[in-house]
Design a protein. Structure first.
Length: 218
């Protein structure tokens, strides 16, 4: 993105599009989808965009599964914590409350399934073991360390012991030595034993964030 500044302030070049969003692509049928708008505060002096999570119920070969594509706030850790708490509450209430309103029953069609297992992937704008990370994955330390709990998402990187001092998923385009781990895949406890492999494609040139590849077995 290229911008120009003048005496009136920062102005976009004509034709520049300030647009980005969430997307879920699947080789298997997407049975239902909806957007969850995440909490957003009114900031002063910083651009605070409306963030969301895209929820999709997918008819995978091993059974229906939920996939969430997220992009959290980039300005404030407090905001990210509120967004993660909101998201986790909706994820855990899904089976009881239901998902997309389809109206299928009015046409004698089956409603989409309500799978318990889920995957949460995207740009979380947080680093491992940060306060917002612990707000989602649970606090570490103590006698037992981080304990897997029903209702608490599990970090696939940590479960597969894929972290290393050199691992990163974002690199500053203007300073390639500035690197951070900001992108994750979290899974429900029911998928923990099915995690097979994980890698980050740092050779990709499509974005300053790099694709995260996670293999989940049947």
């Amino acid at each position: 993105m290229h911008v120009e500044a003048d005496e009136s302030g920062l102005q976009p070049v004509r034709g520049t599009r300030f647009q980005f969003g969430n997307m879920v692509l699947s080789r298997w049928p997407i049975l239902a989808t909806r957007t969850l708008l995440l909490p957003r505060s009114r900031t002063i002096g910083k651009i605070n965009l409306q963030r969301g999570a895209t929820e999709a119920v997918i008819a995978a070969p091993a059974g229906a599964i939920r996939v969430y594509c997220v992009h959290l706030d980039h300005v404030s850790a407090d905001e990210r914590i509120r967004q993660l708490q909101f998201l986790n509450a909706h994820i855990n209430a899904f089976v009881q409350e239901g998902g997309t309103l389809t109206g299928a029953g009015e046409f004698d069609l089956p409603e989409p399934p309500l799978p318990e297992d889920y995957v949460i992937m995207g740009d979380f704008n947080m680093e491992p073991e940060s306060p917002e990370y612990c707000a989602l994955a649970g606090a570490g330390g103590g006698y037992y360390g981080r304990v897997a709990r029903i209702g608490t998402p599990v970090d696939a990187f940590a479960a597969l012991k894929a972290y290393s001092p050199e691992s990163y998923s974002w690199m500053d385009p203007e300073d390639r030595g500035k690197r951070m781990h900001l992108d994750y895949c979290f899974v429900s406890c029911g998928l923990l034993s099915r995690l097979k492999s994980l890698r980050i494609d740092t050779q990709s040139v499509g974005s300053d964030h790099f694709p995260v590849w996670v293999e989940i077995g049947d």
